[in-house]
Design a protein around this ligand. Structure first.
Ligand code: FMN
Length: 425
């Protein structure tokens, strides 16, 4: 072997080693750099309330950066002087999408790093939910238990509070109902209605939510939140918001306050007070990548906007819709519209799962499991998943099934990358 050849091999090996070390460093680097002595304001927010307050908090602190909780890395915990958390709670006492991996990270970080952390927690929630501010409280407790120093008592911000601007009528806009259609008159399921509202004054993106204020004089004024089932407003010729409203019937046979008002008392022409609640974690992040849309019942609403959005744009990526309802025939909502999208290839695959049919009952998670290898290949390196509908009835089962199919590491990576979106209630 000549000397030149030997030197070349050594150089090549040396260079490869340097590249490998550089790659390892690159992978582990914090995505947003932090210097020693800096303060970090961090938020976990589904619809922007905690995020807005975090941004406000940042402006009041010297030498502070702001970032979402899923971008907070071990290096941030090591280097920052103070960390101020703004955390909302979703689902049934859960973290918002951009906060879901944090408690796991905290468990993996060594004690000596956590003991140096000085922190505060502001928790956002709504005391009408049984697990009020649960995620913020859990983070606060975990940090204390692991030896971090709390700079102040946990602050609980309640949306169900007279001072909260969330329900302040002056922040709502009057819009007129232009359509109310009962979609499942022959079904044994509670009524599902499509409502259309003329909303020229509003702007929204597919995936956003609409808060609706019940009429005055009912002794309460807490808005109810519905998923917007329309493409983003800037793409529509006519500024119409579509909603799917399930008529809620209480244990004593009474109609739910908001759904009863919207579907039984309102008529075409009735004016109602609404406000768009941006839902960044469920907005479309990609036009080209595959979308696996999973929903059940009125959860179809949160998926329809994304499908319509792609139908209105050209050359979009494929959609696979997995939709669950009760009875075939009577619960096949909007089938004319959905079939049109299948024919025009906006929807590439469409699977329905009916839980009340003569042959075997089927749920969306079973459809996913039966097509496990297709789920894997469809999602691939770039696909996004959207899950919309009931948390306990479907969201949890779908999460377990996706974990089974993709593995918990891959599912966590999807969460970290903001590719697993959930609108669950
Ligand atoms: C679908 C849904 C589920 C919610 N679940 C809870 C909950 O379990 N506990 C709670 O305290 N608040 C809950 N909330 C209330 C939110 O935490 C509250 O509105 C908060 O201000 C939202 O902050 P964000 O915009 O930063 O996400 C829920 C709200 C929605 C729309």
């Amino acid at each position: 072997m000549s000397d030149t050849f030997r030197i070349s091999i050594s150089l090549a090996l040396g260079l490869s080693w340097c590249l490998w070390v550089a790659w390892l460093w690159w992978k582990k680097r914090p995505l947003i750099a932090v210097n020693g002595g800096q303060r970090i304001v961090v938020y976990a927010s589904q619809t922007g309330n905690a995020q807005t307050n975090a941004a406000l908090h940042q402006t009041k602190l010297a030498n502070a950066i702001v970032l979402p909780l899923n971008k907070l890395k071990t290096q941030h915990l090591t280097l920052a002087d103070e960390i101020h958390f703004h955390l909302s709670t979703y689902g049934d006492g859960e973290a918002p999408d951009n906060g879901r991996g944090f408690l796991k990270l905290l468990n993996q970080v060594s004690q000596d790093i956590i003991e140096k952390i000085q922190f505060s927690v502001t928790a956002y929630g709504d005391s009408r939910y049984p697990k009020f501010c649960a995620f913020g409280k859990e983070v606060h407790q975990s940090l204390l238990k692991k030896g971090a120093t709390s700079l102040a008592d946990i602050r609980l911000v309640d949306a169900n509070n007279a001072q909260s601007t969330e329900n302040d009528p002056s922040t709502f806009t009057d819009v007129v109902i232009t359509e109310i259609t009962h979609l499942n008159p022959k079904s044994q399921s509670p009524g599902l209605y499509r409502l259309t509202l003329k909303a020229e004054q509003l702007t929204w993106q597919a995936g956003d939510l609409l808060d609706i204020l019940p009429p005055e004089g009912q002794g309460y004024s807490i808005a109810r939140t519905y998923s917007i089932a329309s493409a983003s407003s800037h793409l529509l010729d006519e500024s119409l918001v579509t909603l799917l409203v399930r008529l809620h019937i209480t244990a004593n046979g009474e109609f739910g306050l908001s759904s009863g008002f919207l579907t039984q008392q309102c008529q075409v022409g009735t004016s109602i007070k609404v406000k768009v609640r941006p839902n960044p974690s469920c907005q479309l992040t990609t036009e080209k990548h595959p979308l696996l849309l999973i929903g059940a019942g009125s959860g179809l609403a949160g998926l329809l906007g994304h499908i319509e959005q792609r139908a209105l744009l050209n050359n979009c990526g494929p959609i696979w819709l997995v939709y669950g309802e009760r009875e075939p025939g009577h619960d096949e909502h909007l089938s004319t519209q959905l079939n049109k999208w299948v024919q025009s290839q906006v929807i590439q695959h469409f699977d329905k799962a009916f839980s009340r049919q003569e042959t075997q009952a089927k749920y969306v998670q079973q459809v996913l499991l039966a097509n496990a290898s297709m789920v894997k290949s469809f999602i691939g390196e770039q696909g996004d998943i959207y899950v919309c509908g009931s948390l306990s009835g479907m969201g949890e089962a779908v999460n377990t099934t996706l974990e089974q199919i993709l593995g918990s590491t891959a599912l966590n990576t999807l969460i970290q990358q903001g590719r697993y979106h959930r609108d669950l209630y």
